[in-house]
Design a protein around this ligand. Structure first.
Ligand SMILES: Cc1cc2nc3c(=O)[nH]c(=O)nc-3n(C[C@H](O)[C@H](O)[C@H](O)COP(=O)(O)O)c2cc1C
Length: 353
């Protein structure tokens, strides 16, 4: 049994649960304009959204976290129960361990067992060959495949990968050959216009920006190192807000998903306003499950659904696409980034709803 990998997954959960969440967030640099006369009622609000051929009843989902050890199988079962109960989509953590060792597959399969009709996303790394991708999808009867990019994490991980030469070609092949949407996903380091253009040129259509601001895998892996000598690097990458702004020029070509540091329904709604079709939340939901159990997580997801409706109403938006017309003001460091990169923040501030 691959005990290094299993211990690593347990470490990730333990460190993620005990890490202090970032106090300042680029989401706080974004403001909506209050509308006193939205002319919309709660019953008019439609939260459905699409990722290619998939229709999500709600625009938030539980993002990739775990599986591959007995303990993480129990967590997956609980997350899947909450997902099933609330109608929210869910991704699992990297399935590599279970593809290599069949006896671990049940720690992922439990997700489909608990949620037979829900949307479930499989997950592998970008270095995985096509047959791994097919096995990952089959294991879950998955509706989509997330393929994660995590170069900084690998480098800080003592036992991590050191060569990243043919990832783009592999992604191109996966996306061309698979029968479900392939979502290329960062893991808390964000993306730039240049990366998005590389992905688009490789035929990728669905991208989860996975920005900085929430769970921090440089911090997590550094905590696992005996010397802990990478703490200085923990601010590496683009926040989810900056990544969304970097994506503005690519929104016609790519379906964008926001994740990383989404703390509350307002952060999610700001992401939709900047063009995201859905928002993924990982660490915060894991913490609620840990502290309050499945019932607590279900209650929290219901609160998010209700608050999302209210926030759309506040902006006079009847649907997620409607939010993309609402003006949104970027200030502080976020505006400085836009100035430096030539991103038209004034257009966003002056949009007409
Ligand atoms: C305990 C834990 C394990 C994770 N494992 C994976 C993984 O196996 N594959 C993956 O793509 N992302 C993984 N992630 C990253 C999340 O999917 C997400 O990209 C990241 O945590 C940022 O979102 P957050 O700030 O909402 O936590 C993991 C996150 C956590 C907290």
């Amino acid at each position: 049994m691959d005990t290094i990998r299993q211990n690593r997954k347990a470490d990730h959960i333990n460190i993620a649960l005990t890490s202090p969440f970032t106090l300042s967030s680029d989401f706080d640099e974004l403001s909506f304009i209050h509308r006193s006369l939205p002319e919309v009622g709660m019953d008019d609000i439609q939260l459905q959204t699409n990722i290619g051929p998939l229709t999500l009843d709600y625009p938030i989902f539980i993002n990739a976290m775990t599986g591959g050890s007995e303990k993480s199988g129990v967590i997956n079962a609980s997350l899947a129960e909450a997902a099933s109960e609330t109608g929210i989509a869910m991704a699992v953590g990297s399935q590599h361990a279970a593809i290599r060792e069949e006896e671990l597959a049940h720690t992922f399969k439990v997700v489909r067992k608990k949620n037979p009709n829900g949307l479930v996303f499989a997950n592998i790394g970008a270095d995985a060959p096509l047959d791994y991708a097919l096995k990952a999808i089959e294991m879950l009867e998955a509706d989509a495949l997330q393929v994660h990019l995590n170069v900084p994490q690998e480098l800080v991980m003592p036992e991590g990968e050191r060569t990243f030469t043919s990832l783009l070609a592999k992604l191109e092949k996966l996306s061309a050959k698979l029968h479900v949407p392939v979502i290329v996903k960062e893991t808390g380091f964000g993306m730039s216009t240049e990366t998005l253009m590389q992905l688009q040129n490789a035929g990728i259509q669905y991208v989860d920006l996975g920005g900085k601001g929430g769970t921090n895998f440089i911090h997590i892996e550094n905590e696992r190192r005996s010397k802990r000598d990478f703490e200085y690097l923990k601010d590496w990458g683009q926040s989810t807000v900056v990544s969304l702004l970097e994506a503005q020029s690519e929104l016609d070509e790519l379906t964008i998903i926001a994740s990383g540091g989404i703390r509350n329904p307002l952060d999610a709604v700001k992401s939709f306003s900047l063009g995201a079709s859905a928002a993924g939340i990982a660490g915060p939901f894991l913490k609620i499950l840990h502290d309050q159990g499945v019932a607590g997580l279900i209650m929290e997801l219901e609160v998010w659904k209700e608050h999302l409706r209210m926030l759309l109403l506040l902006q006079g938006a009847k649907s997620i696409p409607n939010l993309k017309q609402c003006p949104i003001i970027a200030g502080g460091k976020v505006r400085e980034w836009c100035e430096a990169r030539g991103i038209d923040w004034q257009r966003l501030a002056r949009r007409k709803p």
